[in-house]
Design a protein around this ligand. Sequence first.
Ligand SMILES: *Cc1c(COP(=O)(O)O)cnc(C)c1O
Length: 380
Amino acid sequence: MVDLRGQYLAIKEEIDAAVHEVLESSFFINGPVVGQFACELAGHLGCTYAHGVANGTDALQVSLMALGVGPGDEVITPSFTFVATAEAAALLGAVPVFCDIDPRTFNIDPDKIEALITPRTRAIVPVHLFGQPADMDPIMEIARRHHLAVVEDNAQAINASYKGRKTGTIGHAGTLSFFPSKNLGCYGDGGATLTSDKEIYSRMKLIANHGSRRKYHNEVVGVNSRLDALQAAILQVKLRHLEDYTSARRVAADRYDTLFAGHPHITTPYRDPNGTHVFHQYTVRISTDVPGGRDALDEHLSAREVPHAIYYPVPLHQLPVFADGQAPSRHGDMSATELAAEEVISLPMHTKLTETQQAFIVRIVKDFVQDALQKKEVAG
Ligand SMILES: *Cc1c(COP(=O)(O)O)cnc(C)c1O
């Protein structure tokens, strides 16, 4: 699915030098490089502040805490996402309220948000899933009308933009994950929070540092969540290549689009004129009228050792943790989410993907669909 080694080898000298420098300085925690990287990151994305934390899940939790989300509050979020989006709210004693998606973008459907708002609603957490920007204008408008905070889960969409602004910088806060396979990945765990509000930034820093601005003068209950200096140094190097990485993904996505063009049973990613998709994943739908559907294709690709993945086979509202009530949650009609979970499959997507590899992958997918339909015809 990804080629982390190929990507490292291409910039090995730069990375090795940066790592060596940190080792020599032995400034492993909160070294100068951590602050430098945060500044460069904020500068690149066009927000005022960025703060490194230990991972993307912590970035969500710290952001929600900084915005005052706590026990009994409700947080509206999609169900078609990675569990961390809702887990962060649940950990704080808040109740995730799952909203259905726009079937074209796989992102939260702004038209369905307002019906879920109650006096307990405190925040909306849209996710820019697979690298596709969520429709932020109506989301911000709803939040303004109802006095809600917006935290963008931007773990999959660094460098994507929506109407000319980078995702993660449009809401009151935004989050990033630097998990190795993310679009800007480090060599371990890492994450960041983003904001342009000085007060929110100051609370994020406070909370991520044990609730303390001054040593042994803890003001609030916080957490210990830091981006370490080695990861920051690696990310500082890789941030300089982010534009190239992003265009490599977009070029690969265009090639997949061309190879699948006009296929009656395969839906390629929606190209939203308001946004630039950065293709953390290249996710297609296999329509349920293909015999065996997506699950049969999954098995077919596994048998041929073609890398692929299903993001996400189980929507969050159906996961045991939420469905069995271990953590309280609520949801409205989820039909678009449930159909997506049945139809989606993600194909290899990374910065080193070649045209030959893609043509091979697409051939296998198309042959599978053709054979399945032919068998159905013969049987029928
Ligand atoms: C990866 C991811 C996270 C969590 O990031 P970690 O760094 O793994 O904690 C959160 N939300 C989404 C949508 C993600 O894809």
